[in-house]
Design a protein. Sequence first.
Length: 146
Amino acid sequence: MLFSDEYFMQIALQQATIAYEEGEIPVGAVIVCQHQIIAKAYNQTEKLNDVTAHAEMLAITSAAQTLGSKYLKDCTLYVTLEPCVMCGGAIFWSQLNRIVWGASDEKRGFKKVNPSIIHPKSTITFGVLQDDCEQLLKSFFSQLRT
């Protein structure tokens, strides 16, 4: 199916690849509403000198501007890495209907710190294109260590 989780996660991976090429931690995000992409973003913390410039945060801001609403109740966030607590809070406040991520983040993911931070009406799917998402992150961090 054209509008599958894998389809939209592939687009999030394209965003993560842009981050990778710019020397940012390679995380990409896409927000979809009624099978249409309304926002795309990637990590830009180095570029913008802003610790809050995570892919999810930038995508949420863009989607809210596109819809003219601070609430994203009918939207799905696709992100290549499990959101951190900061992004989890923004996901809660924006009331995203669904969150889909690729790679889990055992060190800094929201589940480790506060698994209930996501809005109770939001549904979660994880592990979509997990191997591809993990490989991009591993490649990035192995380059940093050499």
